[in-house]
Design a protein around this ligand. Structure first.
Ligand code: SF4
Ligand code: SF4
Length: 185
């Protein structure tokens, strides 16, 4: 785990996380249950319970610069284990959004995958796997890394070259319109 140098407390940061997540940070009493159940703790540079504490302390730069918020799988184990019913996974989502907005992109391949996924859904109303893979390769420059796998999956009918059609895709477009700006190309 990285050494942390606590900086001046930024209470606006804590207030913004609370406003955007709808959660009360003061409810966290650092029991550590969220970290104990997190399946990605082995890969995190900051455990999720420590992130909660750092948000309480208004440590904007440290929190938004960490890798953990990008590696979180949104599995919600932390949320279900929290004895104070804090939606910890939602807070991790909010932190990742805030990191994107402020240009703290610590895991560029994760961002590239998220962008490709969202661009695909925005375009056709539902996921087009081949489109996501191509978008990811274009964004990362990792061309043809899984080409053998793709060929096998296409030949077995597991992947469709063309996007799937969908009724009412305008409703999905409306969701993106409301969210307005979630994808930063
Ligand atoms: S939602 Fe994220 S932080 Fe919470 S347990 Fe799952 S991977 Fe860990
Ligand atoms: S489980 Fe809940 S109360 Fe315990 S450390 Fe995590 S967020 Fe805080």
């Amino acid at each position: 785990m990285q050494a942390i140098t606590i900086q001046e407390q930024d209470n606006d940061f804590r207030a913004e996380v609370e406003r955007r997540s709808g959660q009360s940070m003061v409810e966290c009493y650092q029991c550590g249950n969220c970290t104990a159940g997190c399946p990605f703790d082995f890969a995190y540079d900051l455990p999720v319970s420590k992130i909660m504490r750092l948000v309480q302390l208004g440590q904007r730069e440290i929190v938004l610069s960490c890798h953990s918020i990008w590696l979180c799988a949104s599995c919600k184990t932390c949320t279900t284990r929290c004895p104070n019913s804090i939606d910890v996974a939602k807070i991790m989502d909010v932190l990742r959004h805030m990191a994107r907005e402020s240009g703290h992109i610590k895991e560029r391949t994760v961002k590239a995958f998220e962008d490709s996924f969202l661009a695909s859904v925005k375009k056709t109303g539902r996921l087009h796997e081949v489109g996501v893979a191509l978008g990811y390769e274009m964004r990362t420059g990792r061309f043809l890394t899984d080409i053998d796998l793709v060929q096998t999956m296409v030949s077995k009918g597991k992947l469709s070259i063309k996007p799937h059609s969908m009724h009412n895709s305008d409703q999905v477009a409306e969701i993106f319109k409301r969210f307005n700006g979630g994808i930063h190309e």
